[in-house]
Design a protein around this ligand. Structure first.
Ligand SMILES: *Cc1c(COP(=O)(O)O)cnc(C)c1O
Length: 387
């Protein structure tokens, strides 16, 4: 008997190691990894710089608690502040925790100001995590069933519908929480004009804007952060998945004005921002810079989109291509599970986003020949499921 709780519908596959964009199963079979641990393995597997940096850090110190100053954490906070234009970082261990912190800091900010703004407005089809607060913020009923009573103070509006947002925003609204590009909910892009209008509305009403960049942040969309495509600034940003390149780390970034709501004793995390996770994140940022990885994301995205667009023209079951950078979704007329299975048999790992969207999230340093290879595997798989 397997004693692991079955919270995931696990595929019949056991992965034991990886190198670059490839992973190997327990039978020695190799796969091109276009899942990358769900947008986590930013630099692929076993990047030499990552291996070396973690080895070094493990010899020095893994953990020492936030009771003390942690040099790598200070360095990482500085780099993230510089990159994001925000001022201060709170470190935790996952996306859900980062969003929980974002919800808490928004409420506390207004509490401190003597205001009764407490409500968080998020989008339908959003995904913000599995904690009670973040599954309540999530705009999908399926994650909530059986977990009531849920916390109060959450509302939902359709994405890209400004009048719906204007309609629900009131004197109790604390923050608007959005993914610039919805990942789990089906690869749905928040239009740049929508994000700009939301920013303006938030400014007019004195409401905070929180961007959940847990999946889109750290280069995934071809910019360091997805909000850059819309040319806006958020008051709060959350990051996790790709930041540590495989080590668990989450972060809440906030403007100085909002950050002041979290004073000593108001929030915390035992593991958050430990030396090892911060070393991993610093290495990810360094390699993104040194290897010009944002350029690669743009070029590989273009290559992959061109190839996928051709396949959409050839296969009736594929109806549309969505997404940005290397967070791409193919809309299918039937359920995508058989395509995911066929791809795996042909040596390509892909995943779904909902039932009808097939998602591709390769490592950000994926090569031109690997993308070409993935397109060949994908075409073979489509041929198989279409006949
Ligand atoms: C994955 C994800 C989360 C949750 O992250 P965990 O690390 O699994 O808690 C939150 N928001 C977005 C946008 C995500 O993609």
């Amino acid at each position: 008997m397997n004693h692991v709780m079955q919270t995931y519908a696990r595929l019949p596959l056991t992965l034991v190691r990886g190198k670059g964009s490839y992973v190997v199963d327990d039978n020695g079979k190799q796969y091109l990894d276009f899942v990358a641990g769900i947008a986590v393995n930013t630099l692929g597997h076993a990047h030499p710089m990552m291996v070396e940096a973690l080895h070094q850090q493990a010899q020095e110190m893994l953990h020492c608690s936030n009771l003390y100053h942690i040099p790598k954490q200070i360095e990482l906070a500085g780099k993230l502040a510089e990159l994001s234009g925000l001022d201060e970082a709170f470190f935790c261990n996952s996306g859900a925790e980062a969003n929980e912190a974002a919800i808490k800091i928004s409420r506390k900010y207004f509490y401190d100001a003597g205001s009764n703004r407490r409500t968080i407005i998020s989008a339908t089809n959003s995904f913000h995590g599995r904690l009670l607060s973040t599954l309540t913020a999530t705009g999908q009923d399926k994650v909530k069933v059986g977990f009531d009573p849920l916390p109060t103070g959450f509302k939902h509006v359709p994405l890209n519908d400004l009048s719906a947002l204007r309609h629900v925003m009131d004197s109790e609204t604390a923050a608007v929480l959005l993914e610039p590009l919805q990942g789990e909910g089906g690869v749905n892009l928040a239009a740049p004009e929508y994000l700009q209008a939301v920013r303006k509305l938030c400014d007019e009403q004195g409401v905070l804007l929180i961007l959940d960049e847990v999946q889109t942040g750290i280069g995934r969309t071809g910019a360091m952060f997805a909000f850059e495509h819309a040319g806006i600034r958020a008051d709060v940003i959350t990051l996790a998945k790709g930041l540590g390149g495989g080590l668990p780390i989450g972060v809440l970034l906030a403007s100085a004005k909002v950050a002041s709501a979290f004073s000593a004793g108001t929030h915390g995390s035992t593991f958050g921002g430990n030396p090892l996770s911060c070393t991993a994140a610093l290495t990810v940022l360094q390699v993104i810079k040194d290897e010009n990885i944002l350029k690669n994301v743009q070029a590989r995205s273009e290559q992959l989109c061109q190839g996928l667009t051709k396949l959409i023209q050839r296969f009736d079951c594929l109806t549309a291509l969505r997404g940005q950078g290397l967070l791409l979704g193919l809309l299918c007329s039937h359920e995508v599970a058989p395509v995911v299975d066929a791809c795996r048999h042909h040596g390509l790992l892909v995943l779904s986003a909902g039932t009808h969207v097939l998602r591709m999230l390769p490592p950000l340093n994926v090569s031109e020949s690997e993308v070409a290879q993935a397109l060949i595997f994908f075409e073979k798989s489509l041929n198989e499921v279409s006949t």
